[in-house]
Design a protein. Structure first.
Length: 308
């Protein structure tokens, strides 16, 4: 179902008052309700379109987002706009959110008991007609530290209307990954199931580490004497510090692999490695002794480092 302009769908102007929008939806919902058109797919489709339109402009916060061009007629963020969910949700999760549908349909169905509402296929039925609408998914953005994304963390998300989402962020979660919480979105219509909460994870960059799949990369500085003479140095991993053995004559840019020190995939159990790239750092001051040593050494053992 392709969403169209909700104002046009409900037949109201863009500056219509909230009460006018409510009345327009109530009138169309009565006319198009599936109980009045059993087996009519066209009427059912129109009813869904009218309901979807009211879900956008019948809810004042969503209406403002739509009028400002931040969301489209489907409630999705437009290109170039940050999803207004994490701190200013575009949807209302759970039973505490937008209840325009429930109040309107309660009026319509309660009127049925006095003969003025929608009647079903048999006399005296309450007219639910088996029409259920799933609640809308709501989206949030959650920022976590780099280390938290590797080890996993429990987070509590406070929704704008006061609800709480307790979220277990799994170990190894990736930047941009979306976690789905079943049934934590907007309430369903007429007994329909609730939508889901979709939480997009944003991982804050680390000053030292970079991630590539399940591998973690880092640069480690070494001195000239460590590069020439080799030996053991200590390097940091996400969890601890470990020993790394440098062979004599280690060049700047050489990479070493620390097995099993990368990211663990919570689903498969596979663990990546940490890739250490060494960078030779010269002393800030080259004194006469060091300069003389290399001048003497160069005369006897000059070598070609490669094409330039």
């Amino acid at each position: 179902m392709t969403a169209t302009d909700p104002y046009a769908t409900l037949g109201v102007s863009r500056d219509a008052a909230d009460d006018d929008i409510r009345r327009a939806f109530r009138k169309l919902a009565k006319e198009l309700h599936p109980d009045l058109h059993p087996g009519d797919a066209t009427a059912a489709d129109r009813f869904k379109r009218v309901s979807a339109a009211y879900e956008i402009i019948g809810d004042p916060p969503k209406r403002r987002l739509y009028d400002n061009g931040e969301i489209d007629a489907s409630g999705e963020p437009r290109r170039g706009h940050r999803p207004p969910y994490a701190n200013t949700a575009s949807g209302h999760a759970g039973a505490g959110g937008f209840d325009g549908f429930s109040s309107i349909f309660e009026e319509m169905f309660s009127a049925n008991r006095t003969g003025g509402g929608i009647r079903g296929n048999g006399a005296g039925t309450q007219g639910t007609g088996g029409f259920h609408r799933r609640g809308q998914d709501v989206r949030y953005t959650l920022e976590v530290d780099f280390n938290e994304s590797i080890t996993g963390v429990k987070k509590r998300v406070t929704m704008p209307e006061g609800g709480i989402l307790d979220l277990n962020v799994p170990e190894g979660v990736a930047d941009g990954q979306v976690l789905r919480l079943r049934g934590k979105g907007s309430a369903g219509l007429l007994g329909g199931e609730a939508g889901d909460a979709l939480v997009e994870i944003k991982v804050r960059p680390h000053a030292r580490f970079r991630r590539d799949g399940l591998d973690i990369h880092c640069d480690v500085p070494i001195s000239v004497d460590e590069a020439v003479l080799g030996g053991k140095i200590e390097v940091s991993t996400i969890a601890s510090r470990v020993q790394l053995s440098l062979p004599k004559g280690t060049s700047s840019g050489r990479m070493f692999r620390l097995k099993g020190k990368g990211v663990r995939n919570a689903k498969t159990g596979e663990t990546g490695d940490q890739i250490v790239t060494v960078r030779i750092v010269m002393p800030e001051v080259v004194d006469d002794e060091l300069a003389y040593f290399f001048q003497t050494w160069k005369k006897k053992r000059a070598y070609n480092p490669g094409p330039r």
